[in-house]
Design a protein around this ligand. Structure first.
Ligand code: B12
Ligand SMILES: Nc1nc2c(ncn2[C@@H]2O[C@H](COP(=O)(O)OP(=O)(O)OP(=O)(O)O)[C@@H](O)[C@H]2O)c(=O)[nH]1
Ligand SMILES: [Mg+2]
Length: 431
């Protein structure tokens, strides 16, 4: 079989009712140090969430660390869910100290588990197994599956590979009324936690709503990466949410070289049924100079900050503060938050762009600040169809539709023709 040209992608997790994550954290680290991309789902994860995530991420295999018993049934359930979701060709392996006996392991291997590792195994043996077993490219076996997650997962792999972009066969690039949000901010500010809370609210607001998330974590070209945003997500583990984790492959600025192609697939590919209503893009933790969505690819940019940015002087240096449509001061439960909010409000007021500032506690369920942010974003989402209609209308019509919308049109309508910064400014003027 052919040696794969891209890093092996694995998904790792700890089963439901099990908090033993120390072993898998050590193993994750060893794997990424050997050039493997690991999407870590975290602990206390049901079989369906593990299988769904593996299919969406289009990983080569799933590694499960299981210590609290029930492993024979649990691994079998993951295998069953993989079949149901069109991911029968995804490998499954794992370990769990002395909890998984050799007799159990034999049963598990009959049930579709590739290998179980026992206490005392060296980490290098695990890495060798992964390289030997999963280091070859796959044949495209599940193209006929009905599972949208599977087909979309495979397609994203195709467009993120270095192979030339698959021909689009002249498919119509009709821009449906979908809200695309770009969420950025320094590492650890709470971007993922906030996205998860927004996803919960979007899902509740409409029982038919489908959401896509493109999430980024850093990596160096040709090296492994820990793609860990899924571990901080709970509500986003839902059949109506499609999430894909991307590594930046050394690209500065917050996004990956393939982000735009992935967004194009999420917005326009026919495999995606009726498409997604909301697409959220999370950047890596950014530095002061980064302006990740400056190409106008999103409707709204949200800068998430934590109160511990330093002093007022630091605020003068953060480029995104000039560009973001919305600034979120997260972690408002911290002592320094009140002063931070007023400093940030003062700072953005100097831009004269009516940028909105919200104070949130994303880690608190049902937080009023997150509710207020969500309300503002849903308002933008509701205004999108009119905005897009205006964008597709002849020039003369556009003027009348825009005027008729009482100045509440979002920047999105214009984003194919204006730069992100221009679009963002237009939005603020319109509001
Ligand atoms: C550390 C530990 C804890 C820590 C966990 C810290 C953490 N965040 O992970 C703490 C103290 C918190 C803890 C709590 C509990 N624990 Co505990 N814990 C252990 C202990 C001592 C070691 C596990 C470990 O991490 N080993 C280190 C790893 C690196 O070594 P290893 O296990 O040999 O792993 C190797 C292979 O198995 C393999 N491997 C393992 N996972 C994977 C995954 C993949 C993908 C691959 C490829 C390979 C692989 O590779 C490793 C490299 O050699 C075990 C006992 C034991 N010796 O196994 C009990 C043990 C697992 N715990 C146990 C219990 C009962 C509990 C508690 C319920 C105790 C209590 N009453 O509160 C709680 C439950 C916590 C929870 N929420 O689930 C029992 C489980 C019994 C059972 N299955 O019925 C055990 C077996 C102890 C015992 N003999 O009673 N525990
Ligand atoms: N005190 C406090 N902690 C929070 C809040 N929101 C998130 N956190 C915590 O901050 C840490 C980082 O949260 P994430 O959501 O992973 O942050 P992130 O910005 O996505 O991080 P990266 O993707 O690594 O850049 C986690 O431990 C969260 O629980 C909050 O409102 N208050
Ligand atoms: Mg994150």
């Amino acid at each position: 079989m052919k040696k794969a040209t891209h890093p092996i992608r694995l998904l790792t997790a700890v089963p439901i009712c099990d908090g033993h994550d120390s072993a898998i954290s050590t193993i994750n680290l060893e794997l990424i140090q050997h050039g493997i991309e690991v999407i870590y789902l975290g602990y206390h994860r049901p079989a369906r969430d593990i299988a769904r995530a593996a299919v969406q991420e289009d990983v080569r295999a799933i590694g499960i660390s299981s210590y609290n018993g029930g492993h024979v049934e649990f691994f079998a359930e993951v295998r069953k869910q993989l079949h149901a979701l069109g991911g029968a060709d995804i490998g499954l392996f794992g370990g769990g100290g002395g909890t998984i006996t050799r007799a159990d392991a034999q049963i598990m291997q009959k049930n579709g588990v590739d290998r179980i590792f026992f206490a005392g195994t060296s980490l290098s043996e695990i890495v060798s197994f992964v390289n030997d077993k999963y280091g070859t490219s796959r044949s495209a076996s599940s193209e006929n599956t009905k599972s949208i997650d599977r087909r979309l997962g495979r397609l994203l792999t195709e467009v993120t590979s270095s192979l030339p972009r698959r021909a689009s066969n002249g498919r119509q690039k009709k821009r449906l009324p979908k809200l695309v949000l770009g969420i950025t901010g320094p590492g650890g500010a709470g971007k993922t936690t906030l996205i998860d809370e927004l996803v919960l609210r979007f899902l509740r607001s409409d029982p038919k709503m489908r959401i896509a998330i493109l999430s980024h974590d850093p990596s160096i070209v040709g090296k492994g990466a820990l793609l860990g945003d899924r571990a901080a997500m709970f509500y986003s583990q839902d059949d109506r949410v499609f999430m894909r984790s991307l590594s930046t492959s050394g690209r500065a600025g917050g996004l990956a070289p393939e982000t735009e192609r992935c967004l194009d697939v999420l917005l326009h590919e026919p495999v995606n049924g009726n498409g997604f209503d909301v697409v959220l893009i999370e950047t890596v933790g950014i530095g002061q100079e980064a302006v990740p969505f400056d190409n106008g690819s999103v409707d709204k940019t949200i800068l998430v900050m934590s109160p511990d940015y330093g002093s007022r002087v630091q605020l003068q240096k953060i480029a995104m503060l000039d560009v973001a449509d919305v600034v979120v001061v997260n972690k408002s439960d911290l002592a320094s938050a009140r002063a931070a909010s007023s400093e940030i409000e003062h700072r953005v007021a100097m831009n004269h762009r009516n940028q909105q500032v919200f104070s949130t506690v994303a880690k608190r369920h049902g937080d009023a600040g997150v509710d207020a942010l969500f309300d503002a974003l849903s308002h933008v989402e509701r205004a999108l169809p009119a905005a897009r209609a205006a964008d597709h209308a002849p020039v003369a019509d556009k003027k009348s539709v825009r005027a008729g919308a009482t100045g509440s049109l979002p920047a999105s309508a214009a984003r194919r023709t204006r730069t992100g910064r221009q679009a963002a400014r237009g939005t603020q003027r319109d509001r």
